[in-house]
Design a protein around this ligand. Structure first.
Ligand SMILES: C[S@@+](CC[C@H](N)C(=O)[O-])C[C@H]1O[C@@H](n2cnc3c(N)ncnc32)[C@H](O)[C@@H]1O
Length: 361
């Protein structure tokens, strides 16, 4: 039997604190329904555990909603649609995992190029840097069944999910920019993490980690290279629109200005040549860049995808729900202009990624 992705909790308005408490205990997307009248239940809150804990609704102002009016419309892509609710400063494992198959594909592609370097190891020591909810760790475990793998991540929510999924794997909370492994690793693996570091830290950290490897040790990483893709340029242009409900939330930062460290957009990654020049003095470097064409339902699905990653810092800034919804609607509208609909009604999310496998000399 498959476990439910949503929980529906029902009760009277006076039961709301208890319902919220139960919602907070749950990892699921939670639908809390409160009774407007004795027999009639109306959807009251649709939220994740994380957002409930960070933005408690005011029962008196929001109850009751018209019967049958959900706060969040569950559209045709509903199994992959989550709340617009924000934004703690942490990641959301649940949102990230909406596209786990697509997001994990580069993990497998990277492992395929790493595997020949680990054939002589029965029990390689592996660190999964930025392991997220454990999807990349799990793929590493399947590829190297005897391995001693440690997952490392800075996000509490991601680590909580990873520990639940892989209870026998040790996970450590740390920032990769200052992390050093306890044991001498055979493989430092990292999928979709280092583009989250600001430019001054990125190459410096990778070079430090690579230089600390023993001879024959492997550093393998993949980073999205989508700074100039419409999915990401449109985050910036929509954020910069004037006379909008969200304008004030970006007034203290220079969106798109690389000199502003507080801005919500990630730094573009360096060209492949920069990684080659930084690492090749220390070992053999193999690099490739490829563009995935992820097949998604529609532009809304692209929004849901980036809500689990690059759009987060934008949404975390927008402090009220209505402004956030307005921002998301404009962003989705802008995406529709850039991602043409295919013959079957779907869209292709173009996703360039840079891969590096470096073997320490
Ligand atoms: C896009 S997810 C990748 C998750 C997983 N590796 C995968 O293959 O899908 C990025 C992860 O990197 C983590 N992360 C970002 N910056 C980090 C940092 N400086 N130190 C440690 N983890 C970081 C985030 O918490 C998140 O879990």
């Amino acid at each position: 039997m498959t476990s439910p992705t949503h929980l529906l909790l029902r009760g009277r308005p006076s039961h709301l604190p208890r319902l919220l408490h139960r919602a907070q205990q749950s990892q699921k997307v939670v639908v809390v329904a409160a009774a407007a009248r004795e027999q009639a239940y109306s959807p009251y809150i649709i939220s994740s555990r994380r957002s409930i804990s960070t933005s408690q609704p005011n029962p008196s102002s929001s109850l009751p909603r018209p019967i049958g009016t959900p706060i969040l419309s569950l559209g045709p892509n509903h199994s992959r649609t989550m709340s617009t609710a924000p934004p703690s400063k942490d990641w959301s494992a649940a949102q990230y995992l909406l596209y786990t198959t697509e997001r994990t594909r580069p993990v497998h592609d990277l492992i395929a190029q790493v595997r020949p370097h680990l054939t002589s190891h029965q029990a390689p020591v592996i660190y999964d840097l930025g392991c997220g909810p454990g999807n990349s760790t799990s793929a590493l475990l399947s590829a190297f069944p005897g391995a001693q793998i440690t997952g490392v991540d800075s996000s509490s929510d991601m680590l909580k999910k990873a520990r639940k999924e892989l209870p026998d794997v040790p996970f450590t909370q740390a920032d990769v920019s200052s992390f050093s492994p306890d044991s001498s690793p055979d493989l430092l693996f990292s999928n979709a993490v280092f583009h989250w570091l600001r430019t001054p830290q990125r190459l410096a950290t990778l070079t430090r980690l690579f230089s600390d490897l023993r001879p024959g040790g492997v550093l393998a990483f993949q980073m999205p290279d989508n700074y100039t893709e419409p999915s990401h340029t449109l985050m910036r242009t929509v954020a910069l629109r004037k006379d909008t409900p969200w304008e004030r939330y970006f007034s203290d930062t220079a969106v798109g200005e690389l000199t502003d460290k507080q801005r919500p957009d990630l730094d573009p990654i360096e060209p492949a040549s920069a990684y080659y020049n930084a690492l090749s003095a220390l070992g053999a470097v193999n690099l490739w860049r490829t563009t995935y064409s992820h097949v998604l339902t529609d532009a809304k699905a692209i929004v849901e995808w980036v809500k689990g990653s690059g759009l987060q810092p934008f949404l975390q800034r927008i402090g009220d729900e209505d402004a956030r919804k307005a921002f998301l609607a404009k962003y989705e509208e802008a995406l529709r202009g850039e991602y043409p609909v295919m013959a079957d009604g779907r869209v292709l999310l173009q996703y360039p990624r840079l891969f590096v496998v470096a073997v320490r000399g």
